[in-house]
Design a protein around this ligand. Structure first.
Ligand code: AMP
Ligand code: ZN
Length: 479
């Protein structure tokens, strides 16, 4: 709804970096300009609301960075090839499997579920990223990185397949906390004889049965899943950027492998400054996932009568590093919380005290301080909401003038830039704007700038709004 407030210098934030396992002060490479990549959907089916926990987290992160005065470039990829049914390179490509099962071609499947994803993010009021690059449209960039990795001694070719040699990259395992010894000890017995080390992962694969194939220096084939994100992120964000996010299951192997690829190809470290991961959305203590069949899509919930904004509220109101158990009752509770906020906002329209309330500025200052401090501490959304509801309780005790109400509304709108659950109410947006103009007119008159004061009156009149001055101030009404 409201634009992010313009600030001279962005405020400080601390974020938890999975890579260092520390809460760190957030400092983008270019001050005030944040470059962020979010691992996006594999478009073989509808996204689950578990997936949406990860995307809503990324959205609230972006909105918070904006709220604190940063400009954010956000890239979300669309995986439409190469993601196997097992994250460890095995099984069938999820796209091919869906195509086989649904008797369609994988391009149709991708198109359909990608559009469904775009519809869902709109319904959930997730701000659109600047770009949604598709893996199938970036195969040339992936081939270039694979060639570079072979040249740098990080990758090798066997029977037309290209593998990353994990033993060539000393940092492998750093993000997830795994060591190669531990991983090898845990590896299954039936080791792929093509690989030098059991943990080596595919960068390029050949499979004559795969429906999506491209020419490459190593023969016709298709890219591995991990190489997609290395290629698309650096294409749009550069060789080094600020934030990379995903769900906790992306830490290993996906993000571990992405680091090995990108740093192995460019030699620049660190590739990503801050790695941020969302804990799972759970159902009865288990990860909500398509493979477990314990999932809801957004559409399932809407069909059951759930308000999408309440779903958004549920997904964003628990701190992203806490596991969250999903229940339909929690959606009902969220709906009630939103209702309290929209009722509060509606009541601001009734404000009619003749004079400004002396206590309000301090209450607003404290409310904002609490909200900002919570967000700045690793995006503690639940504490930020608690600060907001404290503010609502305090403000409810006061008799507000119309100018007071405009101030409260402006703050609520700024908060909602982060939460994204209240939506715009035209009448109220108008009220804030009119009150701001009335205030400006009052100040113009005090400065004896009657020309400007008159201009404001005329400007509002042209929009069908008339001003009535009385002893204690100015009222407005529609003509
Ligand atoms: P996928 O479409 O399977 O590639 O997953 C897309 C994103 O959703 C990834 O970042 C996953 O880590 C994330 N994700 C999947 N399931 C969940 C869940 N239950 N809770 C939170 N994030 C999830
Ligand atoms: Zn990814």
């Amino acid at each position: 709804m409201s634009a992010a407030p313009a600030r001279e210098r962005p405020s400080k934030m601390r974020v938890y970096n999975t890579y260092t396992r520390l809460l760190e002060e957030f400092k983008p490479i270019t001050p005030g300009k944040v470059r962020m990549y979010n691992c996006g959907p594999t478009v073989y089916n509808y996204a689950t609301i578990g997936n949406f926990r990860a995307y809503i987290f990324a959205d609230v992160l972006r909105r918070s960075l904006e709220y604190f005065g940063n400009e954010v470039t956000q890239i979300v990829n669309i995986t439409d090839v190469g993601h196997m049914t097992s994250d460890a390179d095995e099984g069938e490509d999820k796209m091919s499997k869906a195509a086989r099962e649904q008797k369609k071609d994988p391009w149709q499947i991708a198109e359909f579920y990608m559009n469904a994803f775009f519809d869902d993010i709109k319904t959930l009021n997730i701000q659109p990223a600047q770009k949604y690059p598709r893996a199938t449209e970036h195969v040339a960039e992936m081939i270039a990185i694979v060639a570079k990795l072979i040249e740098n001694g990080h990758a090798y070719v066997t029977n037309g397949n290209v593998y990353y040699d994990v033993s060539s990259f000393p940092g492998y395992g750093r993000l997830s906390g795994n060591t190669l010894e531990q991983l090898n000890a845990g590896a299954r017995i039936e080791v792929n004889p093509e690989k030098r080390n059991p943990q080596d992962f595919a960068l390029w694969k050949q499979d004559p049965k795969h429906i999506m194939q491209w020419d490459s220096p190593w023969g016709r084939g298709f890219p591995g899943w991990h190489i997609e994100c290395s290629a698309m992120s650096s294409k749009y964000l550069g060789d080094q950027f600020d934030i990379h996010t995903g769900g906790e299951d992306n830490i290993f192997p996906h993000h571990e492998c992405e680091i090995a690829q990108s740093e192995g190809a460019t030699g620049k470290k660190p590739w990503v400054r801050y790695w941020m991961h969302t804990r799972f959305l759970l159902v009865n203590g288990q990860k909500m996932s398509k493979s477990l069949g314990n999932f809801f899509t957004l559409r399932d919930l809407v069909e059951k009568g759930c308000d999408p904004m309440a779903v958004r509220y549920v997904l964003m109101s628990t701190h992203y590093r806490q596991p969250l158990n999903f229940t339909l009752e929690s959606v009902e509770g969220a709906r009630e919380s939103i209702r309290r906020l929209t009722d509060f906002r509606r009541r601001l329209n009734d404000a009619s005290a003749p004079a400004d309330c002396a206590a309000l500025p301090e209450i607003l200052r404290k409310g904002k301080e609490g909200f900002d401090a919570a967000l700045a501490e690793d995006l503690n959304t639940s504490a930020a909401l608690a600060a907001l509801f404290d503010l609502v309780r305090e403000v409810n005790k006061l008799a507000l003038s119309r100018a007071d109400a405009a101030r409260v509304l402006a703050l609520l709108q700024a908060f909602d830039h982060v939460m994204g659950v209240l939506g715009e109410v035209k009448e109220e947006g108008l009220a804030a704007e009119v009150e701001a103009l009335i205030q400006e007119r009052l100040e113009s008159r005090k400065r004896r700038d009657f020309k400007r004061a008159d201009e404001i009156r005329q400007q509002l009149k042209a929009r069908g709004i008339v001003l009535e001055d009385f002893a204690g101030g100015t009222r407005w009404k529609r003509e």
